[in-house]
Design a protein around this ligand. Structure first.
Ligand SMILES: [Fe+2]
Length: 279
């Protein structure tokens, strides 16, 4: 048997084992009250509909798949989302020189924040993202804690070093949408554009007042967050769609191990290993 065939057989066997173990573990799919979903679909429809999509797309592509939309969502609305999230107990993670922040993952958000859930699940937003990117976008697995999660910077020095996103999807398949919920800080989102092309690299330092939406392809745009100052706070709702969110079970397991160590704690290990398209 050739090495390639052997590797494929081992991978298939590994997938089958992981899938069997995960099969009995149901992902949480918490319902959103229809009135809240309708309210948020209408909000996305109104705010995104007011934009000139071809113009936004032109800028998005010219900047290597990044666009910043200030004042997209009204401050009064993001305050309500933040109030829901503040009821959760975030998990703090710190890796010296790499990142420090606290997080509430998607599995928890679905239980405690119907508005965050509705923002992410909105077909109106998904359709708009599909048009912006130019490829069909899909929501990620309901058990993928990174699908929609908070990044809360609350202690002086909280930061994130420059990185590209690796989510287990193919490069260029996953898109991040950062919605600022709170920003009383000097912290900045810093992006390096065109790092993987022929054009000169361009660095931008982006302030994110509440209601700002930043959309980018995480595997193309190098991004980081500068250290938080004393007495400051900045809260981001990070949402992620992908053109093909399906993940092989062993890859899902690898991502869960990474999430457990870096973000969401041991519970991320044992849930949602089974890959589900869309959802
Ligand atoms: Fe990232």
């Amino acid at each position: 048997m050739s090495e390639v065939k052997l590797a494929a057989r081992v991978e298939a066997r590994l997938d089958a084992i992981v899938d069997r173990v995960a099969g009995a573990i149901a992902a949480p799919i918490a319902p959103v009250p229809p009135t809240i979903q309708a309210e948020i679909d209408a909000l996305w429809g109104e705010r995104l509909g007011a934009l000139d999509l071809p113009e936004v797309r032109e800028g998005f592509l010219a900047d290597g798949e990044l666009v910043v939309l200030p004042e997209l969502i009204p401050a009064a609305f993001v305050e309500r989302v933040l109030a829901e999230i503040d009821a959760a107990e975030p998990r703090r993670t710190r890796i010296p020189l790499v990142r420090s922040a606290q997080h509430v993952g998607w599995r928890t958000l679905q239980r405690i924040s119907p508005r965050s859930t509705a923002l992410y699940r909105s077909q109106v937003f998904l359709d708009w993202m599909t048009q912006l990117v130019g490829r069909p976008m899909q929501a990620k697995d309901p058990a993928d804690d990174h699908a929609c999660a908070t990044y809360e910077y609350t202690r002086a020095g909280d930061h994130m070093r420059p990185h590209y996103d690796t989510c287990g999807c193919e490069d260029g398949a996953s898109y991040t949408q950062l919605l600022s919920l709170h920003d009383r800080s000097s912290q900045r989102l810093v992006v390096d554009l065109h790092t993987r092309g022929d054009r000169p690299v361009e660095r931008r330092s982006i302030q994110t007042p509440p209601g700002t939406l930043v959309v980018f392809c995480g595997s193309k745009v190098l991004h980081s967050v500068t250290p938080l100052g004393p007495g400051e706070r900045r809260v981001i709702l990070s949402m992620s769609y992908a053109s093909d969110p399906t993940m092989k079970p062993w890859k899902r397991l690898f991502e869960n191990v990474k999430d457990a160590l870096l973000y969401f704690g041991p519970s991320a290990l044992v849930r949602g290993i089974r890959s589900r398209p869309g959802a």
